[in-house]
Design a protein around this ligand. Sequence first.
Ligand SMILES: CC(C)CC(=O)SCCNC(=O)CCNC(=O)[C@H](O)C(C)(C)COP(=O)(O)OP(=O)(O)OC[C@H]1O[C@@H](n2cnc3c(N)ncnc32)[C@H](O)[C@@H]1OP(=O)(O)O
Ligand SMILES: Nc1ncnc2c1ncn2[C@@H]1O[C@H](COP(=O)(O)OP(=O)(O)OP(=O)(O)O)[C@@H](O)[C@H]1O
Ligand SMILES: O=C(O)CCC(=O)C(=O)O
Ligand SMILES: [Fe+2]
Ligand SMILES: [Mg+2]
Length: 337
Amino acid sequence: MDGARAASRLRVVLGHLGCPSAGAVIAHPTAGAVSSASFHPQFQYTLDNNVLSLEQRKFYEENGFLVIKNLVSDADIERFRNEFERLCRQEVKPAGLMLMKDVTIAKTDLAPSERVITKAQDFQEDEELFRYCTLPEILKYVECFTGPNIMAMHTMLINKPPDSGKKTSRHPLHQDLHYFPFRPSNSIVCAWTAMEHIDRNNGCLVVLPGTHKGTLKPHDYPQWEGGVNIMFHGIQDYDENNARVHLVMEKGDTVFFHPLLIHGSGQNRTQGFRKAISCHFASANCHYIDVKGTSQENIENEIVSLAEKLYGVKDGVSLKDVWRFRGRLVKGQRVNL
Ligand SMILES: CC(C)CC(=O)SCCNC(=O)CCNC(=O)[C@H](O)C(C)(C)COP(=O)(O)OP(=O)(O)OC[C@H]1O[C@@H](n2cnc3c(N)ncnc32)[C@H](O)[C@@H]1OP(=O)(O)O
Ligand SMILES: Nc1ncnc2c1ncn2[C@@H]1O[C@H](COP(=O)(O)OP(=O)(O)OP(=O)(O)O)[C@@H](O)[C@H]1O
Ligand SMILES: O=C(O)CCC(=O)C(=O)O
Ligand SMILES: [Fe+2]
Ligand SMILES: [Mg+2]
């Protein structure tokens, strides 16, 4: 049940009980016997617990994202950086890991190194990097969105390269839900941690606040002259008047955001490789959906044919099989996913 319906149902129930202040529960959460810290039926994107302040909850409800400063330690980030370098040099090859190169060098046979790999994806079998998805300081916040049964569904270390001049280091504006065949969307959250100072010069995250309240939009490849990275689908028609917020973040700062929030990242105009580590978490109580006949069918076809090509998997595989294989339980019980 969503928050608005829960609130109106609560009003009905309290009304039946002859409670005169039924409306006041919504208008004045501090009134009466209801504790303000734990009971907010008007909220629909965050859960009742004592981790987020009222201000933080209101911010996420309104905007669809929340930045927590200095959440991950320098020592942990150093470990992630070292392990990423080992993966790039292919000193270790965890099962399922995908190493991506920028489209401008995809067809070259440069030896893999941290100056060639732009993204390490699906590191769920790499114990050292997967520590990120189990950090108590991360999970404490994740639980505010997913509840207690938590799956790490999708992992990435993004190493945005210096732009070659073709602007291929950009990530077009998109909604992550486009890639996910599970619902409900409010029980999914991305944690994205800056591994260094990130601003507009090296291609920070750009978000369109409040867009998490909308629906999933059709995505496809943008018509960019210089080329687009494989699977970097973007929204074709978003509201150009929607405010754009550039998230300037320091090392260790972490943004939690809703999978419908429209976001992307600009080009990296520096000579450094801009690093961030992220995980999409979902409640294990979410359920898989069939995306056939929906706007997500294009990404399903693309991912499934890639899986067939790279891993020789047989016909009849669907997007949900790919995600079932990637997902790992990090807290509570693996209920559905
Ligand atoms: C919420 C979240 C999911 C949002 C996102 O993450 S959006 C971006 C998602 N991106 C992905 O999922 C990419 C996942 N990565 C991969 O699948 C792999 O790393 C690959 C890109 C396929 C590379 O795999 P690899 O084993 O190295 O295979 P190959 O080097 O033989 O490449 C296979 C064919 O793909 C091409 N390719 C590789 N990298 C890129 C690129 N950056 N842009 C465009 N095309 C690319 C490559 O040229 C090759 O093409 P063909 O020779 O088959 O024509
Ligand atoms: N013309 C465009 N059409 C669609 N998306 C765009 C366009 N230009 C940029 N974007 C996308 O918008 C997001 C942010 O880009 P934006 O240009 O605001 O930031 P930037 O490149 O970091 O900074 P600057 O404005 O200084 O270039 C990225 O996801 C980028 O891919
Ligand atoms: O540039 C980034 O780090 C963000 C990438 C992103 O949004 C994604 O991979 O889904
Ligand atoms: Fe994204
Ligand atoms: Mg720009």
